[in-house]
Write a protein that binds this ligand. Structure first.
Ligand SMILES: Nc1ncnc2c1ncn2[C@@H]1O[C@H](COP(=O)(O)OP(=O)(O)OP(=O)(O)O)[C@@H](O)[C@H]1O
Length: 618
C-alpha cells in the first residue's frame, strides 16, 4: 500500500460583525466571492477615489473553501471534516486545526454552543455512528485525550483557561488539543484479521496576534509570549514546508510542544484541514491580512497519507497457519478415503472408525501444541520488535537533538561574533567615552538579547533531554540483547519439538518474516541516520561559510591596508593574493556549494522514510 501525497486543505471562515465592532462604527472589508474567494479591502483607501490609484492593498485570496456570516456550523463541518471521519475509522490519521487572531471565531467553530455544536461534537457524533453501523463485523477500541498546551507547560485540563484579553472577552489563552484514537479490528472467520489504527487531532489554537497587540501585561503577556513562541514555531514549520521542494529542507518540529504534536499533521502521515478565521471588520484589517497571507502559504503544504496497519507478523503467521491447516485437512481426508477403500476390500478388519479418530485426535493434539509453540515465538519476536522500534525512535530523537543543539550553538556563536565586530568597529575615543558613561567598572558589553537568553536556556534543556534519552537507550539496548538471546534459544529448541514438515515450514516462515522485519527496521534507522547526518553537514557547511566570509573580509581589509600604506608585498604573497582574488571572482567555491546543496536535497528526498510512525506495514 503506497503512501499518497495529499495537499493540505485550507478553508477560511469570516465571522459576522460583532456588536462591539458595530458600535465603534466598523465597516465590512472582507467579502466572500463564490465558494472559494475572499476580497480584502484596505479601509485606509478612499472609496470616493474614482481613479482607484492605490489598489495595491486590496487583495483577493483563493482557498479550498470560504465561509462567511451566512454559513452554518453544519456547512463548515460537512464540507471540511465529515469526509475524514470514515478514514479515521479505517486507519488513516486526520487533523483539523483552527487558526486566527483572538476573537475571530476559532472556539465557535471547534466547540460551538449547545444550540449550534461545533466540529468536536459533530465529528464525535459521526464517528460513533459509523462505528455503530459496522459493529457486526468489527471490534473497536476508542480512546480520547484532551490537552491544553502552554509553552513549557503541558496539562490536561477539564476546563480550558479562559480570560479576557483586550480583543476578546472570553479569550482562550492556550492551544487546546482533542485527540481521538480509533483501533479497528476486523472480525472474520477466515482469519484474515487486520488491525487499523486511526488518529484524529482536533486543535483550537490560541489567538495568533502578537502579545503587544492585545495590550496584555504581566502574567497574561508572559503567557502570550509563550503561546506566540509556539505559534512562531508553527509559522516557521509552515514556511519551511510550503517552500518549493520543501521535502528537501530540514523542518524543525522540535521548537515547541505544539509543532511536535502537529508534526504528522503538517509533514507526515495525515489528512489535514486548516480553518483560518478572520473578523470582517475594518478595525481588524492588519490582523486579517496577516492571517490570510499565513493561511495562503499553508496551501502549498503536502502530507503523505498512508493507512496504519498493525501486526503484520501475526497476519503472516495466520496465513501460514491457514495453509498448514488446509494441508493437514487434505492429508486427513486422503488417508480417510484410502482407508475406506481398503476397508471395502478387507471387510474383516474391525474398529476402523476408532483408528481414524485416533489419528485425528493425534493430529489435534500436535496442532494445539503447535499453536502454543507458535504463540511463544510470535510473543518473543513481537517483544523484540517493540524494543527495536523504540530504540529507533530514541536514536532519532537523539539525532534531532544534536541538530537542534548545533543550530542553537550557531545562533549563540553568531551573536558572539556580532558582539566582537561591534567592539572592533568602535574607535578608541568612542570607547573611552562609553567607559566613562558606563561607570567605574568600564564594562561595555551589549546587553544579551532575549533571543540569545532563550537559546541558552534551550541548550541546557536539550542537553538534559539528550542525557535522558541516552540513559533510556542504554537500558533498552540491554533488554533487547536479553530478549534476542531468549528468542534465539527458542529458535534452536523449537523445531525439534514439532513433528511434521508443514509445521516446520510454518516456523521457518515465521522466523523469516521476523528477519525481514528486523532488516526493514534497520534500513529505516539507517535512512534516518543519513538524513540527520546530512542536516548536520549542512549546518557545518553553513558555519564554515560564515567563517569564510569573515576570512574574506579580513584578507580584503589587509590587502587594502597594505596598498594604502605602500607596503612592498613579497612576490610569492602577491601571487597567492592574485590566485585568491581570481578564484573569488570566478565563484568556483560558490558553485561547488550550490552543487552540494542540490545533491544533498535530492539525496534527502530519496532517504525520506515512508511513514516512520506506522509499525507493521504491508
Ligand atoms: N460564525 C460565528 N457566528 C456567530 N458568532 C460568532 C461566530 N464566530 C465567532 N462568534 C462569536 O464571536 C466571539 C468570539 O469568538 P471565539 O471566542 O470563538 O473567538 P476565538 O477565535 O476562539 O478567540 P480566542 O483566540 O481569543 O479564544 C464569541 O462571542 C463567538 O460566539
Amino acid at each position: 500500500m503506497e503512501p499518497k501525497d495529499q495537499q493540505l486543505m485550507v478553508a477560511l471562515r469570516i465571522r459576522p460583525l460583532s456588536e462591539a465592532e458595530l458600535e465603534e462604527g466598523a465597516t465590512i472589508i472582507a467579502h466572500k466571492v463564490g465558494d472559494q474567494a475572499v476580497v480584502l479591502m484596505d479601509p485606509s483607501e478612499d472609496p470616493e477615489d474614482t481613479l482607484r490609484a492605490h489598489r495595491s492593498r486590496e487583495r483577493t485570496f483563493i482557498f479550498d473553501r470560504v465561509f462567511d456570516q451566512h454559513s452554518t456550523q453544519e456547512d463548515v463541518y460537512s464540507t471540511t471534516i465529515r469526509r475524514l471521519v470514515e478514514g479515521v475509522i479505517s486507519g488513516y490519521n486526520a487533523t483539523v486545526f483552527a487558526y486566527g487572531p483572538s476573537g475571530a471565531g476559532k472556539t465557535h467553530t471547534m466547540l460551538g454552543m449547545d444550540a449550534e455544536p461545533g466540529i468536536y461534537l459533530q465529528t464525535l457524533t459521526d464517528l460513533f455512528q459509523a462505528i455503530e453501523e459496522t459493529r457486526d463485523h468489527m471490534d473497536y477500541c476508542v480512546s480520547m485525550s484532551y490537552l491544553e498546551i502552554m509553552q513549557l507547560l503541558t496539562k490536561g485540563n477539564r476546563q480550558r483557561t479562559q480570560e479576557p484579553t483586550a480583543t476578546n472577552k472570553t479569550s482562550s489563552r492556550s492551544h487546546a488539543v482533542l485527540q481521538v484514537t480509533v483501533c479497528q479490528r476486523r472480525r472474520s472467520p477466515d482469519l484474515a484479521e487486520e488491525v487499523h489504527l486511526g488518529k484524529l487531532f482536533m486543535v483550537d489554537l490560541a489567538g495568533s496576534e502578537r502579545a503587544s497587540q492585545t495590550q496584555n501585561r504581566g502574567k497574561r503577556m508572559k503567557e502570550g509570549a509563550h503561546i506566540n513562541r509556539s505559534l512562531l514555531a508553527l509559522g516557521n514549520c509552515i514556511n519551511a514546508l510550503s517552500e518549493k521542494g520543501s521535502r528537501t529542507q530540514y523542518v524543525n518540529f522540535r521548537d515547541s510542544k505544539l509543532t511536535r504534536l502537529l508534526k504528522d499533521a503538517l509533514g507526515g502521515n495525515s489528512h489535514t484541514v486548516m480553518i483560518a478565521h478572520i473578523s470582517p471588520a475594518s478595525s481588524s484589517f492588519e490582523e486579517s491580512r496577516t492571517t490570510l497571507l499565513y493561511a495562503y502559504r499553508a496551501k502549498n503544504i503536502k502530507t503523505r497519507v498512508k493507512r496504519n496497519l498493525l501486526n503484520v507478523s501475526y497476519r503472516i503467521a495466520q496465513y501460514t497457519d491457514v495453509i498448514s491447516d488446509l494441508r493437514r485437512e487434505i492429508e486427513h481426508l486422503k488417508s480417510k478415503i484410502e482407508k475406506q477403500e481398503k476397508n471395502k476390500s478387507e471387510p474383516g478388519i474391525p474398529d476402523v472408525q476408532g483408528r481414524v479418530e485416533k489419528i485425528y485426535l493425534h493430529g489435534t493434539c500436535s496442532h494445539l501444541q503447535m499453536n502454543k509453540i507458535r504463540a511463544q515465538l510470535i510473543g518473543a519476536f513481537k517483544e523484540q520488535m517493540e524494543m527495536r522500534h523504540s530504540l529507533v525512535e530514541l536514536e532519532n530523537t537523539n539525532l534531532e537533538l544534536h541538530v537542534d543543539l548545533y543550530r542553537h550553538l550557531l545562533t549563540i556563536a553568531d551573536w558572539e561574533q556580532g558582539k566582537s565586530d561591534l567592539h572592533m568597529q568602535r574607535d578608541q575615543s568612542e570607547l573611552e567615552k562609553d567607559e566613562e558613561l558606563a561607570g567605574t567598572d568600564g564594562e561595555d558589553v551589549p546587553e544579551e538579547p532575549q533571543e540569545v537568553a532563550v537559546t541558552t536556556e534551550e541548550v541546557n534543556l536539550l542537553l538534559a533531554e539528550h542525557q535522558k534519552t541516552s540513559a533510556l537507550k542504554a537500558g533498552l539496548e540491554q533488554r533487547l540483547a536479553l530478549a534476542r538471546q531468549k528468542a534465539s534459544k527458542m529458535e534452536t529448541l523449537l523445531p525439534a519439538q514439532v513433528t511434521s514438515e508443514d509445521q516446520r515450514e510454518v516456523l521457518r516462515l515465521l522466523c523469516r518474516a521476523h528477519e525481514l522485519e528486523v532488516e526493514n527496521t534497520e534500513l529505516r534507522a539507517d535512512s534516518l541516520r543519513c538524513k540527520t547526518l546530512l542536516c548536520q553537514k549542512d549546518l557545518v557547511i553553513q558555519h564554515c561559510h560564515q567563517h569564510r566570509r569573515l576570512c574574506e573580509q579580513l584578507i580584503r581589509g589587509q590587502w587594502q591596508l597594505m596598498q594604502d600604506s605602500g607596503v612592498q608585498v613579497p612576490e610569492a604573497l602577491e601571487r597567492q593574493y592574485r590566485l585568491y582574488f581570481r578564484e573569488l571572482g570566478e565563484g568556483t567555491l560558490d558553485r561547488l556549494l550550490l552543487l552540494h546543496s542540490r545533491m544533498a536535497s535530492s539525496l534527502q528526498v530519496s532517504l525520506t522514510p515512508c511513514t516512520p510512525v506506522c509499525r507493521y506495514e504491508v
